[in-house]
Design a protein around this ligand. Sequence first.
Ligand code: NDP
Length: 483
Amino acid sequence: MESDMQFEYAAAPESRTIVNIKSKYGHFIDGKFVAGSKHFPTINPATEEILSHVAKAGKTEVDAAVKAARKAYLSTWSKMSGKERGKYLYRIARILQERSREFAVLESLDNGKPIREARDTDIPLAAAHFFYHAGWADKLDYAGLGIAPKPLGVAGQIIPWNFPLLMLAWKVAPALAAGNTVVLKPAESTPLTALLFAQVCQQAELPAGVVNILTGDGSTGALIVNHPGVDKIAFTGSTEVGKIIARTVAPTNKSVTLELGGKAANIVFDDAPIDEAVEGIVNGIFFNQGHVCCAGSRLLLQENIADEVLHKLKNRMEKIRVGDPLDKNTDVGAINSKEQISKIIDLAAAGDQEGAERWSPNCKLPTKGFWFAPTIFTGVTQAHRIAREEIFGPVLSVLTFRTPAEAIEKANNTPFGLSAGIWSEKGSRTLWASQQLRAGVIWANTFNKFDPASPFGGYKESGWGREGGRHGLSAYLKGANNE
Ligand code: NDP
């Protein structure tokens, strides 16, 4: 039943006193923080306040980090028993839990995401990845990847800004469990939780050089990718940079996994539980401001229920709370950067120009910082840019279909293939549709659910390889996929 009752919310800000942000940071190399030469600011995108200055790693620092990782790999980490490695991973997982509030507040400040999501999704899932992979460390012989599978060596890991600590956990936990050492670069706009994670490595007494963290920009990432001392590249980010990396490593012996963009179809059939579907649509595209590679950014509605779903969706969106990310009531926070908001504004303008109809709820946006009202475009056709390109923001493109076959054809009509959603009461229809969809992850009657045991990855321009589960582990071991 629909209700128009709306509560007034008093502000419920989370205190930021728990975080201790230094004015300047260096790099984490060989178990120690070392001073950087050049620095750049990292800001709070909700207020544009400068939080700190972090160092930009160049060739010297990349060389030092790769050397430290190689030394740790040869002298300690690859020699240590899986059981011992597992103990370190368990220790890291427990420290992440113990310091979860500190991580959640810092993530929210540096990224702009609502504290509720950092607290309830990012940080618990990051800890879960370490727990899960700690369990694998002494059981690699039973992973179905051959007897006594061997690590690859030094992994260069480059991560984006949308889930900073969680993407670090997706990369670092399997690498370490399998016996590799790492050189990781967080995104230029969200380096702070990776630097706090470096402190966790020290607290866990992880042997020096097993994890090295270099801050910097794309040029630092390129230096890591090109470094001859790196055996494997794990990258999450844009398809554009993914293609550059693929070209760079093609003539080398490096193994590579690429988690790239997406333009997922969230398909609602006419037998779907509509109220649940509406919640799933909202979660699918407005979670984390739509900065989600697997976001349900294309809503495909069966024509005979389209009006009803859109009416309920807009009604639901009128109640969404956009604003201060540190307020525990907030549903949608700030856009991560100036560059990202201009990309969203441009693509939304293309939606207007190409004839789609724009709608946003009545919400007051803060005056400082980077903000974009949650937006729904109806009347979208498959040729529109907003139906084809990854917007990576809180913008939903709505298309309709008449028959299940048409839904599949439209869903698959994309260069991407990362995820999809199916809303239907019929198990047979769900199974049929999931077999037709070219997407690595398919959710049924839910969306954006993650678990470390479940492999995640895409087809086509969404990338190569899988992260999570046994499949993700195999990407860090010499075996069927890598030798
Ligand atoms: P990028 O792909 O540029 O960034 C991802 C990571 O790669 C960052 O750490 C970045 O560093 C680094 N990087 C940039 N250039 C290179 C390079 N040549 N070699 C190695 N590493 C590099 O994404 P953006 O942050 O620029 O975002 C642009 C668009 O990409 C977004 O609008 C969105 O559409 C998409 N995107 C998709 C993501 C996904 O999960 N699928 C995640 C992030 C973005 P730095 O941050 O310092 O530039």
